[in-house]
Design a protein around this ligand. Sequence first.
Ligand SMILES: *[C@@H]1O[C@H](CO)[C@@H](O)[C@H](O)[C@H]1NC(C)=O
Ligand SMILES: *[C@@H]1O[C@H](CO)[C@@H](O)[C@H](O)[C@H]1NC(C)=O
Ligand SMILES: *[C@@H]1O[C@H](CO)[C@@H](O)[C@H](O)[C@H]1NC(C)=O
Ligand SMILES: *[C@@H]1O[C@H](CO)[C@@H](O)[C@H](O)[C@H]1NC(C)=O
Ligand SMILES: *[C@@H]1O[C@H](CO)[C@@H](O)[C@H](O)[C@H]1NC(C)=O
Length: 360
Amino acid sequence: MKFSIFASILLSSGAFALPGTIPAASSASSPAPSGTGKVKFAGVNIAGFDFGCLTDGSQNISKAYPPVKALGGPDGAAQMQHFVKNDNMNIFRLPVGWQYLLNNNLGGTLDAGNFAKYDQLVQACLATGASCIVDVHNYARWNGQIIGQGSGPTNDQFVNLWTQLATKYKNSNNIIFGVMNEPHDVDINKWAATVQLVVTAIRGAGATTQIILLPGNNYTSAGTFISNGSGPALLNVTNPDGSTTNLVFDVHKYLDSDNSGTHAECTTDNISGAFQPLATWLRTNKRMALNSETGGGNVASCQQMLCTQIAFVNANSDVYLGYIGWAAGSFDSTYVLTETPTGSGSNMQDTSLVKSCLAR
Ligand SMILES: *[C@@H]1O[C@H](CO)[C@@H](O)[C@H](O)[C@H]1NC(C)=O
Ligand SMILES: *[C@@H]1O[C@H](CO)[C@@H](O)[C@H](O)[C@H]1NC(C)=O
Ligand SMILES: *[C@@H]1O[C@H](CO)[C@@H](O)[C@H](O)[C@H]1NC(C)=O
Ligand SMILES: *[C@@H]1O[C@H](CO)[C@@H](O)[C@H](O)[C@H]1NC(C)=O
Ligand SMILES: *[C@@H]1O[C@H](CO)[C@@H](O)[C@H](O)[C@H]1NC(C)=O
């Protein structure tokens, strides 16, 4: 359902007026959905600063391709303005490589030049009034080694990164801290302890009210978030005051045959295998999750199945905070899951999947 632009401005100004305190999920004794039937957040990933990142946590930073027109890249700012104005979107996830932020200097300070470039995209996002996720896109690793689990990057080095980022953005209420993209093959209990250190550091840096996203194992797969132990371990992560206010689980789900997001065709809506059991678990534990990556090709099977998945997520808006498609930004029309609008400036047109499922 589309709202008129006037109604959407009214809704948006209400939704953006206050820092996002997450309402408590419905009580465990009433397992039925009790939400509004519409998730708070809908949006798209604006990728590019993460280009060159591999699942082993390395990044060739000369492959980063900023979706910032002033830097010679695609016009991410105009894309976000388009998505807000024409598709009623209100959240963008802005992936960036750890190596890019530090100019390859593990444990160092934010590289002034690179951070200023990334911040251009962040500020363009904030200027739309949307919420903006700072997403460190490193799979819980630096150059092949897991954070805090062996001889690779230490927890202190990762905490230091987040302390610096939180200090930069502590006064921006619409910033959301995406602790890490898609951890995999980690010891989940050690990983939860790392996440706890990061949460404590972000709050300690003065970012006391913003949402923090907590990612689990197996590429933070929604389908194995409970069975592979991620949810149970991350339930223990708290704010310094012992609460879990604004600590939201981060889950991903693709609809292709192997949940990899590398095939155009969709084979499942994964409601029964993933979003239904996760909703029940979230409700029981009075917590919420954000689906920060989902998507498929611009083909009929995905138009059907992604729309079905999003309808389910909307119907369970008491436990799901929103969904974010993968991806626009610096992807061009040759990318199998492209959500980059065509056209330019204020005259952009959506891909078929965005138009049919992700827009609202
Ligand atoms: C990094 O990427 C650049 C640009 O694609 C390429 O020229 C260079 O060889 C790459 N470096 C390594 C170490 O792979
Ligand atoms: C990881 O997720 C994939 C698909 O989502 C699933 O096939 C696989 O079994 C999962 N692995 C573990 C260890 O849970
Ligand atoms: C996704 O759905 C397919 C088909 O229903 C199922 O085989 C698969 O196990 C599901 N994956 C997850 C992670 O739930
Ligand atoms: C998660 O899956 C991995 C890979 O199969 C396995 O080594 C690990 O024991 C699992 N963890 C839990 C808690 O199930
Ligand atoms: C979570 O904390 C509780 C209480 O401190 C502890 O008993 C439990 O083992 C922890 N669970 C995980 C998965 O770390």
